[in-house]
Write a protein that binds this ligand. Sequence first.
Ligand code: VG1
Ligand code: CO
Length: 542
Amino acid sequence: MIETVATTAYDDQKPGTSGLRKKVPVFRQPNYVENFIQSIFDTIGDCAGKTLVIGGDGRYYNREVVDIAIRMAVAAGFGRLIVGAGGILSTPAASNIIRRHGAIGGIVLSASHNPGGPTEDFGIKFNTANGGPAPEKVTEAIFARTQTIERYMISRQAGVDVDQIGSTRLDQTQVEIIDPVADYAALMETLFDFGRIAELFGSGFRMAFDAMHAVTGPYAKEILEKRLGAPAGTVRNFKPLPDFGGHHPDPNLVHARALYEEMMGEGAPDFGAASDGDGDRNLIIGRGIFVTPSDSLAVLAANAHLAPGYSGGLKGIARSMPTSAAADRVADKLGIGIYETPTGWKFFGNLLDAGMATICGEESAGTGSDHVREKDGLWAVLLWLNILAARGQSAREIVEAHWREYGRNYYSRHDYEGLDAEAANGLMEALRAELGSLPGRAIAGLEVAAADDFAYHDPVDGSVARNQGIRILFEGGSRIVLRLSGTGTSGATLRVYLERYEAAPDRLALDTQAALADLIAAAEAVAGIRARTGRDAPTVIT
Ligand code: VG1
Ligand code: CO
């Protein structure tokens, strides 16, 4: 039985950097979830006979919303639903399934690296037929629809058991509950030399993978331990928990501290890695060396040809604007295109679809390729393993050799979380107003070469995205970028990105924060962070 339910619009359903993210109590308001999902379906238009993928990262409220999404998709007349068993699909696995099964799109439930629980975060993302996050024109259309919505449709028929793999017919819709891991693991086998990586593990190579009680656990267990033969125990915290064990599933030096300390300590394993809530990010730590995501992107791009899936070379590299320029040097050397996009994976989709870029990355620990249309945490870890196996060197040797060859882009991000939104907006507005007068001025001893508010002109569809972050470029190539996060759910988060390039062979092993000290001082001098936010130190330094 399909019921049409009258509803009234909410005014705050505007998707941010990566979908609609709010606290669980906000999603629990009457019809809040239903309004947003119906707005997605109304934006798709005629859903009759089409295929939709549904899954999420297993966080608190995932099951309830999977059930609502299935019922509403049945009411919308979809021909086929593909749902991860237990309501589980990592973001990259969902992207792969959408592509592989010719779906019109997918609903991916996640707030990624944000904490989970009854008063924590939840999120709904919509991915389009290419498997990627909906581009801005689609998210804007969904948002517009949420503003005028007056009804939604839902099936009140008995639902399906999402824990039971199999296929059930509900009205005209075939609902398939699938193994969330199988298609993804098969795809990884086509890209990487599993035989060689298995030999590496067979030779005593030790790895620590922290799944942070998030969605990657089942994927990492199957691939690393079962298929590649890594010893049992290689994958830790592998059981997805609704509250991620009370932690932030954010693979950085703050939230994955235990892994970091182990990797820096005596008797560390050869290689350490972690991934985030929805499995699209990665943290890479070699024995005795943290690899910044920007460096990781550059190293992966420079060595990708060692993996079978990339042996033909790369078409181009794309990186988000705040990501360091380390990858640009690799692209120059390879003689391939380099593209600089705003923050958020949705901006890579056109470049990947057009065959202009093969590998993409963000400083926030997202790396991926044209195998799907999302960043992919485990993919990055497997490419690293393939490179380690092929080169027969440690992560540290590989990174240090990379710096010797290309120079080093010292890089750090300072986050100020939970700021008063007005104060944060005021800071950005004041900076924006000053941009024109900055070039030629000296700030904390550094001369400004150029300053702007980044605007992206998509080379494929000509769309323009403005106000994507303030850049202050100094003489000599150093820079500061400031932007506000678009994924937070309370107050505002200011992100300050700092970068300096060094090529002198005796200056490649400096302490990162020390190497960036004058830029840190310049950021404070130009933005007045302390005075405007009342904070005298960042919340998180990565
Ligand atoms: C952050 C990161 C960005 C990433 C986004 C979604 O966005 O900076 O690089 O694409 O999260 O990643 P923001 O607007 O908070 O800076 V995930 O893993 O949360 O889907
Ligand atoms: Co994520």
